[in-house]
Write a protein that binds this ligand. Sequence first.
Ligand code: HEM
Length: 441
Amino acid sequence: MTCPPPTATLRPGQLRDPFRLLMDVTARHDGLVRLGRGPLGVYIVSHPDYIRRILVTHSGNYIKGPLMKPFRTALGNGLVTSEGELWKRQRRLMQPAFHVRQLQLMESVIVAAVDRAVDRWAAAAETGRPVDFLDDCIELNVEIVLGALFSTSIDPARAQRLRELTSEVFAGLASKVWTFFLPSWFPLPGVIRYRRAVAALDAEVHALIAERRAAESTPEDLLGLLLDTVDAETGAHMSDQQLRDEIFTLFMSGYETTATGLTWAAYELARHPEIAAKLAAELDGATARPRPTFAELRSLEYGKRVIDEVLRLHPPFPIWFRSTVAADDLGPYHLPANAKIVLNPHMTHRDPAYWSDPETFDPDRFTVGRFGTEQRHAYYPFGKGSRMCIGERMSQTITQVALSAFTGTFEFSVAPGFEVVPQYVVTCQPKGGLPLILRRR
Ligand code: HEM
């Protein structure tokens, strides 16, 4: 016999900080709670068994659904937002662009961007003035993702424009995401600005595609690969609209996520200088300066554990969405058809049933012996199942290289008096950035 999940009622005022509200509500229930009543209600899921059913064993019954609607207004039918046969075809076509061989072609782009960031940080260390580490990591990752997508087609002014437009789109999306609590007619601030930013970004991306189609040679970058890709079943190339959607998607999913993870890594290492020193000791002797080569990354086991632990405590996407097609049962609970679901890794990653002392930053919980089947089951910063992140390896590589360069070169602390408060802006970032004071090691 199943029953409806427990329900939490929204109180006026709680919407001022919807992210806090989600976390508070989930903390008081056992892995599944319904928030709100009627058609506006959502089911918030964090129990690892239910997450596995949704993302892996019964994923056919769980589509991205209406909560992804705001994202479709920007990303169209790209890989993150598409469903069914279109998604299957696009994933098949795009997977080769993320293979190890392709990633190796990106080594020079990644290394050059990290070296430039180290130079900027070194200059700041000389002056003693704080750097905005979040902003620097965004700049670093914009450079890398644009380099990987378009190689030489982007000059600094165009990169800056793309970055500004994308942050406006993100800001618009972040406020739109919370409309799942509100009726669709509710007037939202910033809608016109958001639409303008999407239209301008649209024009930029179409121009980049047109320029590349007109060019005589095709560089070995992601755009080149996508342009050359032919569907083995139909013999067709991607249409300009599909290319636009995929490029938008890769750009928007690519830079902010990795930048956010790196920023939380720096925050945790600043709070735990003994862990930063251990990481620097691993780098000493084992790697080239100022940063490791791709070949050296494999030997950085402690560094890898640090990153895994950062993504446990601070998954850059703390929530994302699904919807049921037909009614389904999650454990003892019944979900109707078309139920809107919020997946909540932020809470799963802090569930004391799976993680001892979950609020403590402890990279060694990822050592063999401590990180077993139970913990693997309750860990999914990059998702699970067939729709898992296509950029995981790329992101992990960038993070390892950049974090090694940073920790191997500098000691750092959060600027005195600055309070770090998490804020949901599609990814979860420290509000107001992360001001760090740097000293050369
Ligand atoms: C720390 C960095 C990153 C995190 C935490 C992250 C997280 C995720 C998560 C949780 C999903 C699954 C969403 C779902 O099931 O609905 C996802 C999907 C996706 N990610 Fe990432 N991501 C990261 C970096 C990247 C990068 C660097 C790229 C590409 C340049 C990328 C591209 C994508 C795409 C295209 C999808 C959709 C895959 C599909 O549905 O087939 N991500 N990511």
